[in-house]
Design a protein around this ligand. Structure first.
Ligand SMILES: NC(=O)c1ccc[n+]([C@@H]2O[C@H](COP(=O)([O-])OP(=O)(O)OC[C@H]3O[C@@H](n4cnc5c(N)ncnc54)[C@H](O)[C@@H]3O)[C@@H](O)[C@H]2O)c1
Length: 288
């Protein structure tokens, strides 16, 4: 018989109506899990659940609301734990938002938005889920969604990058209170991933990032979803406190005088290609 580690287990995925979160929910449903599909957008959450449940018995449950609000998060965890036998085995803190802006003009309002969802929401989702996992005394598995921008500076993303680096640190910190309870916490950090949102931001998103990533490809939501599933698998239980980048090698290379020389010779920025030659791409600033 096939190994089915997620069969009849319960997961929460926040921000799961679209993009990476939806791909994670889809992967877990396909592997037999019950999935609480959270999203701020009520209509989109309902539509996602219809798609996820098509052709089989109900496994996806919409629970729309603000994943940055601790009171809402507690209700969501209670809801999830009541789907089957008071058990919640998996949580994916995926909801996160990006506010671009020049450092000198960045407003307290934009800063609060980023921190409220990315840091406060992620922290209190971990807390509520871990309390539930502690009480059910069968352990659990938490995956936080970080970003390559939490590992490398990127134009106009100081607050976002800071928040994602904080998420990566949270995974390390939580090994101490949660390790003894059998709860793993890891961070999966996507690089540039083609989603409905990123395509809106840059129409040639796939083309640009295929050139900037050393593996010559843009990330797809499924690339992140399969990595999250690996981290959630009980077979990976000894991995905790880690950040795994899913970025086509983007964070592996650093700017060098070589790129500057190429830029001076031929205007556009240069990035390494798979075959060791140099690709001419548009200026990074244009990618945002
Ligand atoms: N797409 C990328 O290139 C990329 C790269 C690195 C990291 N990430 C991270 O991956 C995660 C998912 O990214 P994405 O591009 O798929 O996201 P997205 O911007 O497309 O948003 C996904 C969903 O989150 C929902 N959402 C927004 N605010 C919410 C809130 N307060 N509560 C609940 N849901 C909310 C949106 O309605 C949307 O359906 C984020 O944490 C993001 O920072 C994405």
């Amino acid at each position: 018989m096939n190994y089915q580690p997620f069969l009849n287990k319960t997961a929460i995925v926040t921000g799961a109506a679209n993009g990476i979160g939806f791909a994670i929910a889809q992967h877990l449903v396909a592997e037999g899990a019950n999935v609480v599909v959270n999203d701020l957008d009520h209509k989109a959450a309902a539509a996602a659940v219809i798609k996820l449940n098509a052709g089989h018995e109900v496994q996806a449950y919409a629970f729309p609301g603000d994943a940055g609000d601790p009171a809402f998060i507690e209700k969501m965890v209670d809801f999830a734990a009541n789907i089957t036998n008071s058990q919640l085995e998996m949580v994916v803190a995926n909801a996160g938002l990006t506010e671009f802006g020049d450092f000198f003009d960045f407003t307290p309002e934009s800063f609060a938005k980023v921190v409220n969802l990315n840091l406060r929401g992620t922290f209190f989702l971990c807390q509520a889920a871990a309390r539930q996992m502690r009480d059910q005394s069968s352990g659990g598995n938490i995956v936080l969604i970080g970003s390559n921008v939490g590992a490398r500076a990127y134009p106009n993303l100081a607050a976002y990058g800071m928040s994602k680096a904080g998420i990566s640190m949270l995974a390390k910190q939580l090994t101490l209170p949660l390790g003894p309870l059998g709860i793993s916490v890891n961070c999966v950090a996507p690089g540039a991933t083609l989603t409905e949102r990123t395509e809106q931001e840059e129409p040639d998103y796939a083309g640009v990032w295929a050139k900037l990533n050393p593996n010559g490809k843009v990330g797809k939501p499924e690339d992140v979803a399969t990595t999250v599933a690996f981290m959630l698998n009980p077979a990976a239980r000894h991995i905790t406190g880690q950040t795994l980048l899913v970025d086509g090698g983007w964070t592996a290379y650093a700017p060098s005088p070589f790129f500057l020389r190429e830029q001076a010779e031929d205007q556009p920025t240069a990035a390494p290609a798979r075959n060791g030659t140099v690709l001419k791409t548009r200026n990074m600033e244009m990618v945002k």
